[in-house]
Design a binder for this molecule. Structure first.
Ligand SMILES: O=c1ccn([C@@H]2O[C@H](COP(=O)(O)OP(=O)(O)O[C@H]3O[C@H](CO)[C@@H](O)[C@H](O)[C@H]3O)[C@@H](O)[C@H]2O)c(=O)[nH]1
Ligand SMILES: [Mn+2]
Length: 704
């Protein structure tokens, strides 16, 4: 590959040297050359995450033999932020899947952070605290898998035994109560004055309210037991204080508040954090994860154990490339070979001390008994003490959000915080078990998917151009391989500009008969062809090895194009706007709810869902139309003027872009259903594409 790449550079240099006269042509070539140099550089970066992957096989039997009942306490954090975008029934299932872990219940405490500060979410958790009394023993007695009731009951339709129907009924009744409360946007009259509920009052909004903290189940209370008389895990609801004049720092703010309040209630040395849309798919995960931390030889410097983000709502050919199969199976283990994977925000077990900013040192000994000796305090006194830690002003003039907890001010708070932890001397582990640790919901329409990638692209770019860049912050602290591996993600967005250039300039030149590549009969075409074919065959083989389908790989290529010219391009624009002070950091929550039957049907049939207008679609549509026009007229022109030999590479290149964009043409011109591109996008795309073509015709004559 490297030889091929270098040969293409040789060709470009000679082409530049020979380009006599036309400055415009030289400029065009320089742009192309710069793009190619970038692609080569980026390709090189992606080799670092393929160099030496590491795979783990923990042995939980040995763990049990060695530690018996001396295992540490574990705190479980779940974040939710919006009862509309994140349906409470989903949140409850996530919560229950964690409460039912095969782990001594008295050692587990679950904390739910509700950034909406919604009484509806509180009601949901209150319901869950009752249902848990049936669910937890049921799971353990019948070895239920997975332990998310929503998923478990949706998998089996015929009752295998009486108990099953009984619990299923209880579950369905609970969900219907939750849903009717949501519909009415009001909790039942008789609950209003109950403890907990009474903390809500008129005038409270999600952006303006005092801190609310309620221990719904107190694990230390002998009366807090399930239907069989066994202790239940502690269950805590938290809505940190929100005031319009204080920035709340999105999920990072929520996580830091959770770290603090849990430190006075249970203070477990290990923290698991998951997003509300990710249930645990394996009830033995805690044991697996502890194998890493408690390993006597290797465990001492491990700060976090990250599981991959996997999804159970993907279609067969993964239309929106949401599976991340290749990163999950190859790139993240590849990072591990250099000292640890990224922290990706959910499905991650942390060492509390490392998360709180401790610098690693060889003689540090973890106190695994931490939190177990807490003095028996009255729950309401505990609540009061913890509430003070969830106020807006608590963090003022403290290291929270900087050296302590998750970092603030970045759209990928997880990645930047993980890098900071590694730069403090800790290592991380990436563990991708066969039976998939956590399962979540991936975006089910193009717009959501591109929006999510825009947020990520923005965050990563922000890291790349700050003092937190892995090459700066990591310099001398983490392995050079790991610094480079971080760059493959941090530089995502920078791919947008060269890609844009590559899908706009060569087609326009084709339209005008300007040849940018070697003749198809020249031997110089070989390195170009080799690099293109080898890169794609390799990526296809890799994809297939990671359980993608061929069509799935093709869809991934399309999504790469769309992400680069849509999400990443706007991420670059937005970053510049933020630097100039025109824009502010945001966190667009990914919607997890679709109740539109038609939309779901189209998703199942893998029809691209455009739906509403968005700047993404204007860009994507314009590029697609432009390539189509250039392909049709350029090919015709080449045939008529006998220029096929000199223009063939551009015809092929434009042809590939046209093929990738077939669903876009359908959405623009052919489809009639509601998922098609809106008329405004069609008009705008046509307008921009035609404008660019006309403009180029003028310039083309200038070059000739
Ligand atoms: O102000 C906020 C905004 C979001 N969240 C929570 O953050 C989580 C992630 O939000 P989601 O809308 O699902 O975004 P994703 O793009 O799916 O999140 C991915 O990317 C984020 C960083 O951009 C990481 O924090 C996540 O862990 C990772 O799954 C959810 O549980 C939200 O409830 C909050 O708690 N407070
Ligand atoms: Mn999510």
């Amino acid at each position: 590959m490297l030889c091929g790449i270098i040969l293409t550079w040789v060709y470009r240099s000679r082409q530049l040297a020979e380009a006599d006269g036309s400055r415009r042509f030289v400029t065009l070539l320089l742009g192309l050359f710069a793009s190619e140099i970038w692609f080569a550089f980026y390709w090189l970066l992606t080799q670092t995450v393929r160099w030496k992957p590491v795979y783990y096989y923990p042995s939980k039997e040995k763990l049990s033999q060695r530690y018996g009942d001396q295992l540490p306490k574990v705190d479980l954090f779940v974040c939710t932020a919006d009862p509309i975008a994140e349906p409470p029934a989903l949140v409850v299932s996530t919560v229950l899947s964690l409460m039912a872990y095969n782990y001594p219940t008295e050692k587990l405490s679950l904390y739910l952070s509700d950034d909406a500060g919604s009484i509806l979410t509180f009601y949901t958790l209150w319901e869950a605290s009752f249902f848990a009394k049936h669910w937890v023993p049921f799971c353990k007695n019948f070895n239920v898998e997975p332990r998310s009731p929503a998923v478990f009951f949706s998998k089996l339709t015929d009752a295998p035994h009486k108990e099953w129907s009984l619990i299923k009924n209880l579950y369905e009744e609970m969900v219907s109560r939750i849903n009717s409360v949501l519909e009415l946007e009001r909790i039942p009259e008789e609950l209003i004055s109950e403890d907990g509920f009474s903390r809500w009052h008129a005038g409270m909004t999600s952006r303006n309210h005092e801190p609310i903290l309620k221990i719904l189940l107190d694990g230390r209370d002998p009366a807090s037991v399930d239907v069989e008389g066994n202790r239940l895990p502690t269950l805590v609801y938290m809505a940190r204080e929100k005031r319009p004049e204080h920035h709340h720092n999105f999920k990072a703010g929520a996580m830091n508040a959770l770290i603090r309040i849990s430190s006075v209630i249970s203070n477990a040395p290990i923290i698991l954090n998951v997003d509300c849309d990710m249930y645990s798919n394996n009830s033995d995960l805690i044991h697996d994860s502890l194998c890493f931390f408690l390993d006597e030889k290797e465990g001492g410097n491990i700060a976090f154990v990250q599981y991959p983000q996997r999804f159970d709502n993907l279609t067969k050919n993964d239309l929106y490339a949401g599976s991340f199969n290749v990163p999950n199976a190859i790139e993240l283990p590849g990072m591990d070979g250099w000292g640890g994977s990224l922290y990706i925000g959910t499905g991650c077990f942390h060492r509390r001390e490392a998360l709180c900013g401790r610098i690693y040192s060889r003689d540090y000994k973890e106190d695994w008994k931490k939190g177990t000796l807490s003095v028996r305090e009255n729950a309401s006194i505990l609540e009061e003490r913890a509430t003070e830690l969830a106020t807006c002003t608590y963090e003022h003039n403290t290291p929270w959000g900087k050296e302590m907890g998750l970092k603030y001010g970045c759209a990928v708070e997880d990645v930047i915080s993980g890098l900071a932890i590694q730069s403090r001397g800790w290592r991380s582990v990436y563990y991708n078990p066969q039976n998939r640790g956590f399962l979540g919901a991936s975006p089910t329409n193009l717009r959501d998917s591109l929006t999510q990638h825009k947020r990520w692209g923005e965050g990563h770019l922000q890291i790349a151009f700050s003092k937190h860049c892995s090459l700066i912050m990591g310099h001398g602290r983490i392995n050079l391989g790991l610094q480079m591996a971080y760059c493959t993600y941090n530089f995502w967005s920078l791919n947008s500009l060269p890609t844009f250039y590559y899908v706009v300039v060569p087609p326009l030149c084709l339209l005008n008969g300007v040849s940018l590549f070697p003749k198809i009969s020249s031997p110089w075409v070989l390195p170009f062809a080799y690099v293109f074919v080898a890169k794609n065959v390799y990526s296809l083989a890799e994809s297939l090895k990671c359980e993608d389908t061929v069509l799935g790989w093709w869809n991934t290529q399309r999504m790469w194009l769309m992400k680069r010219i849509g999400s990443y391009f706007l991420a670059v624009v937005n970053n510049i706007a933020t630097v100039l002070g025109f824009s502010q950091l945001g966190f667009a929550i990914t919607s997890k709810a679709t109740d539109d039957q038609e939309v779901s049907k189209r998703y199942e049939r893998e029809m691209m869902e455009f739906g509403s207008s968005s700047p993404f679609f204007t860009i994507i549509g314009a590029v697609a139309v432009l390539n189509l026009i250039c392909f049709v007229y350029g090919t015709k022109r080449a045939a008529v003027n006998g220029e096929a030999e000199t223009l063939m590479v551009q015809i092929l290149l434009t042809g590939v872009v046209v093929l990738l964009n077939i669903p876009v043409y359908e959405g623009l011109f052919l489809r009639k259903d509601k998922g098609r591109l809106p008329l405004s996008s069609t008009v705008a795309s046509l307008g921009f594409a035609l404008f660019a073509c006309l403009l180029s015709v003028n310039m083309g004559t200038a070059i000739e």
